[in-house]
Design a protein around this ligand. Structure first.
Ligand SMILES: C[S@@+](CC[C@H](N)C(=O)[O-])C[C@H]1O[C@@H](n2cnc3c(N)ncnc32)[C@H](O)[C@@H]1O
Length: 314
């Protein structure tokens, strides 16, 4: 629904969450029909995207967190390829669709946690790599999000991201439409993304504009009247990436990775409200803070560790 008042008041994280929930719910049937492995084999542009993420994080080694993973297509593939990966998203409905799809196709499941990147429910130095694929530009506060990502990375840990490029005029036009729909769609300049990462404490920050086509699966989603412009956009991205490409971000947390075994995911959890330890109450299917002040719900076994959803116990 388009609303003019959103020109003056951009969406907040909760509105973004509601938009994303409705969006995936509409596409539930389509997601559940698609085996991510078959898509990886048939859809060359999608394969290139997943291979680019693999190249960005390197060989499987240590725990990876994918933030803003939506229905976890990429995380599911990386899991089949030997990565130990957790997927987090503010939209628990998307994670639940992924859980159902993985079961349906008999695939290995990534770990699932519903979370808000601005208050990550993980202890410091939990992950060897964090991926944020086409999601950073959906976050309300980049500074806070990047500081949280930096906090949960181990020293020497990698950040890898793919994000829209603000130089691209076609992209900028679609951002106006999305703002009126009360969803967050933005884009970055190379210098802006570099500075944001450096300000959050990252080192070896490298941002470059790379060519990307349009995945055949995504093209099918576009109404027929818009397909010619979508195809033109894809052609321009491949042939003139310095304006129409996608930004690839690689960065590191200073230091050297020291692996210290593979902890259970639950051992890494902390409360997004106050970083207290969490334990699972198996009877109530809740995650309860160590001081017993708040509990957090589950959706079909997926912890929903979002401060907004905290249940006050005292
Ligand atoms: C365009 S989708 C990207 C999906 C996937 N990574 C991909 O490449 O296809 C952006 C995702 O970011 C998630 N998101 C938006 N705000 C968030 C937040 N504050 N914390 C965590 N995830 C968020 C949305 O729910 C959505 O699933």
């Amino acid at each position: 629904m388009f609303k003019l008042r959103h020109i003056f008041k951009p969406a907040d994280a909760q509105q973004e969450r509601e938009f994303e929930r409705a969006n995936v719910e509409n596409k539930r049937g389509r997601y559940l029909e698609t085996n991510p492995l078959a898509r990886y084999e048939r859809d060359l542009v999608y394969r290139e995207k997943v291979d680019r993420i693999k190249a960005g994080i390197g060989e499987p080694n240590g725990l990876v967190l994918d933030i803003g993973g939506n229905t976890a297509g990429e995380a599911t593939l990386l899991k089949q390829l030997g990565y130990d990966i957790i997927v987090g998203d503010i939209n628990e409905t998307a994670l639940d669709i992924s859980r159902e799809r993985v079961e349906k196709f008999g695939l290995k499941a990534p770990g699932y946690v519903a979370l808000d990147v601005h208050q990550l429910p993980f202890k410091d130095q939990s992950f060897s790599a964090v991926t944020v694929i086409e999601a950073l530009h959906h976050f309300v506060n980049y500074d806070q999000a990047l500081k949280e990502i930096h906090r949960v990375l181990k020293p020497g840990g990698k950040l890898f991201s793919l994000e829209p490029y603000a130089l691209n005029p076609l992209r900028r036009a679609s951002e106006v439409r999305d703002r009126l729909r009360a969803t967050i769609e933005k884009s970055f300049y190379i210098s802006q993304l570099t500075r944001l990462c450096q300000d959050a404490g990252f080192v070896n920050v490298n941002v470059a504009s790379v060519p990307t086509g349009r995945s055949s699966w995504k093209l099918e989603e576009v109404p027929a009247y818009r397909r010619p412009i979508t195809r033109l956009h894809a052609w321009l991205s491949v042939n003139a990436p310095s304006v129409f490409g996608t930004l690839r971000l690689e960065a590191k947390k200073a230091g050297t990775i020291a692996e210290n075994g593979k902890p259970e995911l639950a051992q890494l959890f902390c409360s997004p409200k106050n970083r207290n330890d969490l334990r699972r109450d198996a009877d109530k299917k809740h995650w309860v803070e160590a001081n017993g002040q708040h509990a957090f719900p589950e959706l079909n076994g997926i912890p929903v560790l979002i401060a907004e959803d905290a249940i006050a116990l005292k």
